[in-house]
Design a binder for this molecule. Structure first.
Ligand code: ADP
Ligand code: MG
Length: 312
């Protein structure tokens, strides 16, 4: 034992070690951020403190700072993934603490926002829809108007008013669903949660679950969403049950409770009314269709989106 210790001591005190130590110290002190930190705190930091803290300074120099060496959050190179080191003075040593790196902060915020947007049967990419991108495509006139109306809705809703939502109609592929996603994202930034439902699939699923008692539960969930967005209304094959028991029930509740309800449709009001008048069986039920239309008009203001079909 004695022998090993003395051998180590010899090595530690030996020229080789000293040389390696000095080289390393020089490298560490040449690190630009360390250099700046020492410079900024030169009135406090002594060379003794530097020697004592060399281990921490070395650790600092090996870590990626503010994501500068990392390809992505998953590819974070640091000891603690998603954390970036900072130098601080603690008494008479220099120490490190780790704080969340910018990419982690961004990813956490995004996750929080996405939690606020729930969707049923809507393509996932819609959840990334962005209001600025929406403005940059298609015809500026109706985009600006839709944008202004969407913003005005958000502002009023946020301030506790009960604004009308939008009935966004227009041809296939012009970006109606995309606009819903963009509005949902804007709302999420204000911590307001919304539910986007692709209506034809919702009806299909309800029909499929008639036997298993979950129909009411599913209708309840949609009925009570703080902000509901019914996507592609009119594209479903409508039955009188879907119209009166499902759509009618949902809209009646939302109207009474003043819960904002957005719609998108390929049809304008008149065409939608016609669609709702003739159910699959070919019966003509004008009064019932008119009742649904009344609720839709009460809940939402129509706005047409034009432009080209962006779907390939
Ligand atoms: P609609 O609902 O009117 O049929 P969508 O909203 O589904 O049309 O848009 C069609 C396609 O174009 C989708 O893939 C959508 O993600 C994309 N898209 C629409 N508007 C934009 C936009 N402003 N920026 C980027 N992609 C868009
Ligand atoms: Mg759509």
């Amino acid at each position: 034992m004695q022998k090993i210790n003395s051998a180590l001591n010899k090595l530690a005190n030996g020229n080789q070690f000293k040389k390696r130590y000095d080289e390393l110290k020089k490298e560490i002190l040449e690190d630009q951020q360390i250099h700046e930190f020492l410079h900024e705190n030169s009135s406090i930091i002594t060379s003794e403190m530097v020697d004592k803290s060399l281990g921490k300074l070395y650790e600092f120099s090996t870590q990626s700072k503010k994501c500068d060496k990392c390809p992505s959050l998953d590819g974070c190179l640091n000891m603690m993934q998603g954390y970036t080191p900072k130098l601080v003075i603690q008494g008479n040593v220099i120490d490190l603490y780790y704080e969340e790196c910018p990419r982690k902060v961004m990813a956490d915020n995004k996750r929080k926002r996405e939690k606020l947007i729930r969707s049923l049967y809507v393509p996932h990419d819609i959840l990334h829809a962005n209001i600025e991108d929406f403005l940059q495509t298609g015809s500026p006139d109706d985009r600006n108007e839709a944008f202004a109306k969407a913003l005005s809705f958000i502002q009023k809703y946020e301030s506790g008013q009960k604004p009308k939502a939008l009935f966004i109609y227009g041809k296939f592929g012009v970006g109606k669903t995309y606009l819903l996603g963009a509005i949902a994202n804007q709302l999420a930034e204000k911590q307001i949660s919304s539910l986007i439902v692709y209506f034809p699939d919702f009806l299909r699923e309800l029909k499929g679950s008639i036997g298993d008692n979950t129909v009411n539960e599913k209708i309840e969930m949609v009925k009570k969403a703080p902000v509901l967005m019914l996507d592609d209304i009119g594209a479903e094959s409508m039955t009188s049950w879907g119209r009166d028991e499902v759509l009618g029930t949902i809209l009646q509740f939302r109207m009474l409770e003043s819960l904002p309800t957005f719609f998108t449709s390929n049809f304008d009001f008149k065409e939608l009314q016609n669609h709702l008048t003739f159910t699959q069986r070919g019966e003509r039920e004008e009064v019932k269709a008119a009742r649904i239309m009344e609720r839709i008009k009460y809940l939402a203001e129509p706005i047409e989106l034009s432009g080209e079909n962006r779907r390939r």
